[in-house]
Write a protein that binds this ligand. Structure first.
Ligand SMILES: C[S@@+](CC[C@H](N)C(=O)[O-])C[C@H]1O[C@@H](n2cnc3c(N)ncnc32)[C@H](O)[C@@H]1O
Length: 339
């Protein structure tokens, strides 16, 4: 019989970080590193006196090495890594950003490490012009970014373009190749996790932030009417095509989770998957507003398997919850409440 080591999930996960690839051109940390490499330790010997380990102690890390490891750039890179990389954006032209839609330009993160966005836009004038025309309110911000961008070599510009595209890879997939999102293995969680929560037969159902319709696939046939609310036009077109067999009872609407284009108390079931959390209170108020008395709001998946603020707010509002397995990503939570 094999004798396996006991395994504990209660342990810290150590993730390897490639420091070289953390140091991106155009950042303060990159410049600092270059100077360190060229002129040596840049007078950091002032710290040497703190280390008296030359004969007996363990070797210490150089201060310059610590600088690299804890740079703000490194922290921002980790945030970028959190964006799922559903396609290899390094193969795409930066012009793909001209497929982005108005909501995306409103949601653009304002904290670009090392002005990667400014550099990429400076060298891609048509994309810059498109952004300014599509979102005139952002013109001042975009203009400042481009003005702050220095002159760069073509290789640096390309690195910046790829860094920007990686950070918004999910948005690029929605507007460029939504079928790639639809194929993602993490969407293949067990349908019973949704179906066991309510009876969908003959019901009026709204799904907010429908994406490619993962939640609706399971319930559309039984439903009386389905409202698929989705702010991205490219996804709305995808939904209309994917569910064309249900035309007549499958209505696709433009809207936000904080601004749903439906009257009060019209739905038996209000669904939302992978969309709750940016403004929890406002979102839950709106989801519950469109549910009939006795109707149900279901978030599936509603959250990561964490007792974070999003979770606490749901529990305080009377939501029940349980954990289930989502392929690739692991444990997720679903939440439901009768209104
Ligand atoms: C990760 S996808 C989830 C799609 C689908 N519900 C699912 O579970 O697979 C998030 C979707 O929510 C949409 N979305 C993002 N922000 C939104 C908002 N504020 N209001 C409504 N939908 C939003 C996105 O366009 C995208 O289609």
């Amino acid at each position: 019989m094999p004798r396996f080591k006991p395994y504990s999930y209660e342990q810290m996960l150590m993730i390897p970080v490639d420091l070289k690839s953390q140091l991106q051109p155009g950042t303060f940390e990159f410049a600092l590193n270059e100077i360190n490499e060229i002129v040596g330790e840049m007078g950091l010997s002032v710290f040497d006196g703190r280390f008296r380990n030359d004969e007996t102690g363990a070797p210490a890390d150089r201060v310059s090495a610590l600088q690299k490891g804890f740079s703000t750039d490194s922290l921002d890179r980790r945030k970028e890594m959190a964006t799922p990389q559903w396609i290899d954006v390094s193969k795409l032209s930066f012009s793909v950003l001209m497929l982005l839609e108005h909501p995306h330009l409103m949601w653009f993160p304002r904290n670009w490490p090392g002005n990667e966005l400014g550099i990429a836009l400076k060298y891609n004038k048509p994309v810059y012009d498109y952004f300014c025309l599509k979102a005139p309110d952002s013109r001042t911000w975009l203009n400042d970014l481009v003005e702050q961008a220095g002159d760069c070599r073509q290789s640096t510009v390309r690195q910046c373009e790829i860094a920007v595209m990686k950070r918004i890879c999910d948005w690029i997939v929605y507007v460029y190749c939504p079928e790639e999102y639809d194929k993602q293995p993490f969407l293949k969680w067990n349908n019973d996790e949704l179906l066991c929560l309510a009876d969908f037969d003959g019901k009026v159902i709204a799904d907010i932030g429908s994406g490619t319709g993962r939640l609706l696939e399971q319930v559309v046939a039984a439903a009386k009417t389905v409202y698929a609310v989705e702010p991205i036009e490219r996804l709305r077109r995808f939904l209309r095509s994917k569910f064309s067999a249900h035309r007549g009872k499958f209505l696709v609407l433009d809207g936000l989770i904080t601004d749903i284009p439906l009257s009060d108390k019209v739905c038996d079931l209000v669904l939302a998957g992978h969309v709750y959390g940016d403004a929890p209170e406002a979102e839950l108020r709106e989801l519950e507003r469109i549910a009939k008395a006795g109707g149900m709001v279901i978030l599936c998946p509603g959250n990561s398997d964490l007792d974070n603020d999003g979770h606490r707010i749901l529990v305080a509002r009377g939501y029940q919850w349980s954990t289930f397995h989502e392929p690739v990503d692991g444990a997720k939570r679903k939440y439901w409440k009768t209104v």
